[in-house]
Design a protein around this ligand. Structure first.
Ligand code: ADP
Ligand code: MG
Length: 335
């Protein structure tokens, strides 16, 4: 019923048959399989430093783990402001920026709805309309009080809950990249459950090729390739986490206005950008906004490109999306 899939995989030399596979390390962190591949100077201690950092981020930002900063903020909703680690403050602040930018389509206070649907849990379920009606008034990013000086976060109303699930992995990928840079590893691939960041370029000087998951097929089937250097490629889609009830598929990107999974004809949105925190927040924001408004948002930003995949198997690209279609069941259209 419940499924968690990696969205992307990076096509390295192995597929084109020109280089030996590099050592890769994978661990289950941040609710997903995180795979790191360090090339050339990839020492065990660099791997360790990266995974330690990912675990640290999880221990501060996970909503489901007791004692994390986010957990404590949620427990104190409507009661008091909670001091959080500066990195947690920074991510929440950025999440609020994207809530503003997306007119609330992206909302980090979506927590009560996520719990209600059981997204990411063992027993997701279709809630009663009355339960959704009761949760909706609790969703509003404007009711997050942030005090930068004191590094505190206060959710104004009891029952409110933060959920950083749509942005924390992006932040974590940027942090992993910073460690890689400091360790002077020349090239690397960071894959946090499909949240991809490619660092440096391939040994032969050509760009990395990132496969974009076919949203209707099982993991590893891709519809095309993005070529990228020093970029992050992040997808939000209907296939990432979902459950089925009476033959209807319910996925994990929820409309803060309606309380149901967003239904707008999109199967997935991929964002290509320089910072993974932005790409992660944007992939969810743009998916939730839908094509017209989502595209306008991408077009308004520097250095951001997008790939929209629709349920009629059409694909639309924004300026700067270097996407090569490889699956002929899909079609790139340009309206
Ligand atoms: P993934 O976590 O699979 O990479 P996303 O980045 O799109 O996918 O994040 C989806 C997660 O974000 C959901 O599982 C939920 O925790 C949370 N979420 C769902 N809807 C919204 C929304 N409208 N705004 C912000 N966060 C959301
Ligand atoms: Mg996201």
């Amino acid at each position: 019923m419940y499924t968690l899939l990696c969205i992307f995989f990076v096509l390295t030399g192995t597929l084109t048959g020109c280089s030996k596979p590099e050592p890769t390390q994978a661990e289950f962190v941040l609710g997903t399989v995180c795979t790191i591949t360090l090339y050339d100077a990839g020492k065990p201690k660099v791997y360790r430093a990266i995974f330690d950092r990912l675990v640290e981020i999880e221990k501060r930002m996970s909503v489901g783990m007791e004692g994390t900063d986010v957990y404590r903020v949620n427990e104190a909703a409507g009661i008091e402001a909670v001091v959080v680690h500066p990195t947690v403050f920074e991510v929440i602040e950025r999440a609020v920026d994207f809530a503003k930018l997306s007119g609330g389509a992206f909302d980090p206070t979506v927590g009560p709805l996520v719990s209600l649907w059981g997204i990411g849990k063992d027993n997701p379920r279709l809630p009663e309309q009355a339960e959704i009606d009761a949760a909706l008034p609790l969703i509003n990013w404007r009711d997050i009080d942030l005090d930068r000086e004191k590094s505190t976060v206060f959710l104004k109303r009891p029952g409110m809950a933060l959920d950083l699930g749509a942005i924390a992995k992006g932040y974590a990928a940027d942090e992993a990249a910073a460690i890689i840079k400091k360790a002077k590893v020349p090239r690397a691939i960071i894959d946090l459950g499909g949240n991809i960041l490619v660092y440096g370029e391939k040994p032969d000087g050509t760009p990395w090729r990132v496969g974009i998951q076919n949203p209707l097929e099982t993991r590893g089937a891709y519809i095309g390739i993005v070529e990228a250097r020093e970029k992050t490629v992040v997808t939000s889609g209907v296939y990432e986490r979902y459950f089925e009830s009476d033959g209807v598929r319910y996925h994990h990107i929820l409309s803060p206005a309606l309380g149901y999974p967003v239904q707008n004809g999109l199967l997935s949105v991929t964002i290509i950008a320089s910072r993974s925190i932005d790409a992660d927040a944007l992939s969810t924001s743009v998916f939730a906004l839908g094509y017209k408004e989502g595209r306008a948002l991408i077009d308004s930003l520097e250095d951001v490109a997008g790939i929209f995949v629709f349920d009629d198997l059409s694909i639309r690209l924004t300026k700067g999306a270097s996407f090569r279609l490889t699956d002929d069941k899909y079609q790139i259209v340009s309206d």
